[in-house]
Design a protein around this ligand. Structure first.
Ligand SMILES: Nc1ncnc2c1ncn2[C@@H]1O[C@H](COP(=O)(O)OP(=O)(O)OP(=O)(O)O)[C@@H](O)[C@H]1O
Ligand SMILES: [Mg+2]
Length: 159
């Protein structure tokens, strides 16, 4: 059964914590497609995911380079490929840059603005959309996991 759930956070710290928790459900070859408007909190979530993967290097949107490769600095960590494709024209642009070779495989990839290149992302793709909630710092993360891995613990301790 696919997993579908909305989780609200009310601060950047809560979003970081959500990303860290989420990271423990990620497997080699997973691609997370992150969508949501400018400043919604995509990079904030990636920072949490990176911390959970034991990546210590600073995570910022790879706006001009499109891709930041983060290697874990401790054993037991996992490699993170962090894309931001805001400035790519479309999915064929993604392929022309050779990025289709940089997703999937043994690494975990997170693609900000992933909806723009969604059709060429290799399965399994975890879709996360970020939208604004009622309060100024409220953000709603709508998470869709396509396969039947057990995600129950992700929602066990949050709304
Ligand atoms: N609950 C929250 N979660 C995440 N960020 C929040 C939250 N509340 C407020 N913020 C603020 O929203 C902004 C999110 O910025 P961030 O760079 O993560 O967004 P983004 O979606 O990656 O933007 P871009 O499209 O420019 O890459 C930050 O200024 C952060 O402080
Ligand atoms: Mg960003």
């Amino acid at each position: 059964m696919p997993f579908e759930h909305s989780i609200k956070t009310s601060s950047p710290d809560e979003t970081y914590a959500l990303g860290a928790r989420l990271s423990s459900f990620l497997e080699a070859g997973d691609t997370v497609s992150l969508s949501g408007s400018l400043g919604a909190g995509k990079t904030a979530l990636v920072r949490g995911i990176a911390s959970g993967l034991k990546v210590k290097s600073h995570v910022s949107s790879p706006t001009f380079t499109y891709l930041h490769v983060h290697e874990p600095e401790v054993s037991g960590g996992r490699t993170l490929h962090h894309f931001d494709v805001y400035r790519l024209r479309d999915a064929s642009d993604f392929i022309e840059h050779g990025f289709d070779e940089q997703v999937g495989g043994e690494v975990i990839s997170v693609v900000e603005w992933g909806d723009r290149v969604r059709g060429v992302l290799p399965d399994p793709v975890i879709d996360i959309s970020v939208t604004y909630g009622e309060g100024q710092d409220d953000r709603i993360f709508q998470i869709h996991v396509p396969d039947n891995r057990d995600m129950a613990a992700l929602v066990g301790d949050c709304s």
